[in-house]
Ligand binder design. Structure first.
Ligand SMILES: Cc1cc2nc3c(=O)[nH]c(=O)nc-3n(C[C@H](O)[C@H](O)[C@H](O)COP(=O)(O)OP(=O)(O)OC[C@H]3O[C@@H](n4cnc5c(N)ncnc54)[C@H](O)[C@@H]3O)c2cc1C
Length: 439
């Protein structure tokens, strides 16, 4: 490496999809990069298991949300196949010991099951009233449109909040919800046939030896002339750094910045909420839900059951449950076998089948207490609109932030994280271009 190249090196902190996308774009532009990742694998919240059968079980991100999002460009590059997810056409709700098609509960308020949450937020915002939480906006909106707010409907909305925002309705800010438009993404959900983690691995394979695994970033010393990172394997030097660490990790102060980050960023880190999510995967000895159900929204606990093999036509009785909000926090605190038993019993209850003794094996994937995540996916609490955008500019000509929580219009998604990484890379490339022309 020439002297010129090594002094222009970019350190990328975090090997989730945002960090990988940033590193990839920089490397494509001929920039020397070094990517530092704490785990023994890349992908972060893209994590796939093949232990349950000849189909991927997603332990983190499950779907590509939309057929026009940037993820598709990477799938095409690597020849990866995506499958239209059949479960979205057979959505059921399990509530109070019975199962019904989701349209039966959502019909009074129009198309999609999530529609009321967006409509209530938009309607509140349009009045010009101060920001509030989604629970208050929904109550107000139901009153405005003359809807009777049954306990069942309320529980369903809490479930949607838990899945869509990894939070309770009371924690979600209306103005922040309006900011995230997901403009033009498309409505259908897709699965990556080889699993989400494969996408991360394909990008990492292109990056080659520049990826350092088992490398925990502990301290970031930065100034206008460069960055020194103290990590578990020693020191790393670069001219610039892309900070692609999760919001939960940055908020928790697990990585020390010297000097401290500017006040406006510390305020934004504290003001956003990393969310809370867990997943439970169970392999049963029998099939309790047959071929009628695609996926099942449940209110005990607030979550959604999926059958991971379905898109590949597999019928093995392997099921996964995504849980968010306070129920996720409660279940994460239980001993693992108790949590697995509780959620399986609840599944049996709504299906009207005694499934006790059916669990062959199960796992709780606890993103909340995962030291390299500390959350679920980010949300904006009341009063927090505008905070995501603060991560869009370069800090002192030296640090650039990337990650799902920095995306204003597509937060909390894989494609939003990819876009944030590409944005961070472009910011560095223009800094580099400026540095090349200044004396
Ligand atoms: C349960 C669950 C389900 C989801 N479902 C979907 C879905 O269906 N569709 C969708 O689009 N999105 C989904 N998401 C959200 C999606 O996974 C995230 O938005 C996206 O993966 C975030 O990418 P990221 O690169 O910003 O962060 P991460 O993937 O968290 O990457 C950050 C990286 O930094 C590393 N790191 C942390 N600390 C350190 C340190 N000190 N030193 C070095 N490295 C460190 C981490 O190990 C990690 O690899 C889901 C998320 C969860 C948790």
């Amino acid at each position: 490496m020439s002297e010129q190249t090594s002094t222009d090196r970019v350190l990328v902190l975090g090997g989730g999809i945002a960090g990988l996308a940033a590193a990839w774009r920089l490397q494509q532009a001929g920039v020397e990069i070094e990517l530092l990742e704490a785990r023994d694998r890349v992908g972060g919240r893209l994590w796939t298991s093949f232990e349950y059968g000849p189909f991927p079980v997603e332990l983190g991100a499950e779907f590509i949300h939309g057929d026009r999002v940037i993820t598709w460009q990477f799938l095409e590059r690597y020849g990866l196949r995506a499958l239209d997810d059949p479960s979205q056409d057979r959505r059921y709700v399990g509530i109070n010991g019975r199962v019904m098609p989701s349209v039966d509960l959502s019909r009074p308020v129009g198309e999609g099951i999530f529609a009321p949450l967006g409509q209530a937020a938009e309607a509140w915002y349009a009045t010009g009233r101060p920001d509030t939480n989604l629970a208050a906006a929904l109550r107000w909106w139901a009153d405005q449109v003359g809807m009777s707010l049954t306990p069942e409907l309320w529980e369903l909305w809490q479930t949607l909040a838990a899945i869509g925002w990894s939070a309770d309705l009371e924690e979600i800010g209306v103005y922040g919800e309006v900011e995230a438009t997901y403009e033009g993404d498309g409505l259908r959900n897709w699965r990556i046939a080889d699993g989400q983690q494969t996408l991360a691995e394909r990008i990492a394979a292109e990056l080659g030896a520049a990826v350092r695994l088992n490398c925990v970033v502990e301290r970031v010393e930065w100034n206008r002339s460069g960055v020194r990172v103290i990590a578990s394997d020693g020191e790393h030097h670069g001219r610039w750094a892309v900070v692609a660490l999760p919001l939960g990790v940055l908020r928790g102060g697990m990585v020390k910045f010297v000097p401290a980050l500017p006040e406006h960023l510390r305020e934004a880190l504290d003001g956003l909420n990393p969310g809370v999510s867990i997943k439970v995967v169970v392999e049963l000895s029998n099939d309790p839900w047959g071929s009628r159900i695609g996926c099942l929204f449940v209110t005990e606990p607030h979550g959604i059951w999926e059958r991971p093999g379905l898109a590949l036509g597999r019928q093995e009785p392997v099921f996964s449950l995504l849980i968010g909000g306070s129920e996720a926090r409660r279940l994460a605190a239980l001993p693992r076998d108790l949590a697995i038993r509780e959620v399986t019993r609840s599944l049996g209850n709504v299906l009207g089948i005694d499934v006790s003794g059916w669990v062959r094996r199960g796992v709780v994937v606890d993103w909340i207490n995962d030291p390299w995540c500390r959350g679920g996916y980010s949300l904006v609490p009341p009063g927090g609109a505008g905070l995501r955008a603060r991560f869009g500019s370069v800090v002192d000509g030296c640090l650039v932030f990337a990650g799902e929580y920095t995306s204003v219009i597509r937060p909390s998604t894989v494609h939003g994280a990819i876009e944030s990484g590409l944005r961070a890379a472009e910011a560095i490339l223009s800094l580099q271009a400026k540095a090349a022309v200044s004396p």
